[in-house]
Write a protein that binds this ligand. Structure first.
Ligand SMILES: NC(=O)c1ccc[n+]([C@@H]2O[C@H](COP(=O)([O-])OP(=O)(O)OC[C@H]3O[C@@H](n4cnc5c(N)ncnc54)[C@H](O)[C@@H]3O)[C@@H](O)[C@H]2O)c1
Length: 339
């Protein structure tokens, strides 16, 4: 069987952990991973090669590109929303310049191999920006084309990189004598907040839900920075990984767009709390809203319309909220807390 060589950036992160675990079960897959931090040994053993380095380091990227033939790139490396707001210029460099570097690698690889390189990009509900809570409640579920007026550096970076991906797929160097479009097959997902049983998030604005759960499992008090009525969409990590793989595998002709909403369940922070307390009755959660982080949450939609993903490539989450907690999160975080 022919080997597929896949590049994963930001491989040490929450999604990287889940994605490498799943890809390593597939036959004929070679994973090349890069992250700022040396890879967690638990996932490193599933990789063909791993590099500790920066996606802003052009020499390292060139080295990667000459050493391997990638057919797919999962570009996960990024600074998340809260961290990006604290370091906006660094966020712009990593999230935008870093993505540009990886798109250039995809072009080089495509020319080197004479075939299209797939570029899978996790975007976010942070690309949306509702002006106030009244509008958010009134509009409810929103489509990909609506309310793309983000108020965070992270959301702006993500929205721009979606456009960059579109450019590299369809209009790259459009004035050249030989047209260069079609070298990169860019496919993006707008993820909601993700909840993993295996890893604890850091640097995101949806972190209050997983933080509530992980702290409760460990018997630690948790001051929740979101108001009780805060409602944004969430997804269990196995569904996020399934969405990335399904979108990667979808035949190009089935895709009517390049960026897709995907979502699972939209609980309020109070509903997350109630679910956590049902499993951990001694959970010590207090609601201490942080006005500034709350304003960001209030600009994100309550729900997104993912009908295009469902129609085009058969997306359907396996986990609703109840199943996510009873079958995935609670058993795993309980086991993890007792280690
Ligand atoms: N987790 C979520 O809830 C969520 C939601 C929507 C979108 N996303 C997107 O999915 C992707 C992965 O998210 P995650 O949850 O795994 O995030 P994460 O923060 O857990 O992982 C990101 C990884 O990128 C690495 N990284 C950061 N800067 C780098 C650089 N300059 N060079 C190399 N590596 C670098 C970090 O070391 C980290 O391991 C990101 O693009 C994120 O924006 C995540």
């Amino acid at each position: 069987m022919q080997n597929h060589t896949i590049l994963i950036t930001g491989a040490n992160g929450e999604i990287g952990h889940g994605l490498i675990a799943r890809l390593s079960q597939q036959r004929g897959v070679r994973i090349v991973a890069i992250d700022l931090q040396p890879l967690d040994p638990a996932i490193q053993r599933s990789c063909y090669r791993s590099y500790a380095g920066d996606i802003l380091d052009s020499a390292l990227l060139e080295n990667l590109s000459t050493g391997h033939d990638f057919d797919t790139i999962y570009h996960l490396a990024a600074l998340l929303s809260t961290r990006s707001e604290r370091q906006p210029t660094l966020a712009h460099r990593v999230n935008v310049d870093g993505t540009l570097n990886l798109l250039e690698i995809a072009v080089t690889q495509s020319r080197q191999q004479g075939r299209v390189v797939k570029f899978i990009y996790p975007s976010s509900i942070a690309v949306y920006g509702l002006p106030d809570i009244e509008t958010k409640v009134k509009v409810g579920r929103i489509k990909e084309s609506e309310w793309c007026v983000p108020r965070t550096m992270y959301g702006i970076n993500k929205l721009y990189c979606e456009q960059l991906g579109n450019y590299y797929s369809r209009h790259y160097r459009q004035l050249d004598a030989d047209t260069s479009d079609g070298l990169v097959d860019f496919r993006g997902l707008r993820f909601p907040g993700l909840i993993s049983a295996a890893t604890v998030p850091s640097g995101g604005t949806s972190d209050y839900a997983p933080e509530m759960l992980h702290n409760a499992a460990q018997g630690k008090p948790y001051p929740c920075f979101a108001r009780e009525d805060t409602t944004i969409p969430f997804m269990a990590m196995p569904d996020a990984i399934a969405a990335l793989l399904l979108l990667q595998e979808a035949p190009r002709e089935r895709l009517s767009r390049q960026i897709y909403n995907v979502t699972s369940f939209s609980p309020s922070a109070k509903e997350v709390y109630d679910r956590v307390v049902a499993s951990f009755p001694n959970a010590k959660v207090t609601f201490k809203p942080d006005e500034k982080r709350q304003a960001i949450l209030d600009s994100w939609p309550e729900d997104t319309d993912d009908s295009a993903a469902r129609n085009d490539w058969g997306w359907k989450p396996a986990y609703n909220m109840e199943r996510a907690f009873t079958e995935y999160l609670i058993p795993a975080v309980t086991a993890r807390a007792s280690l």
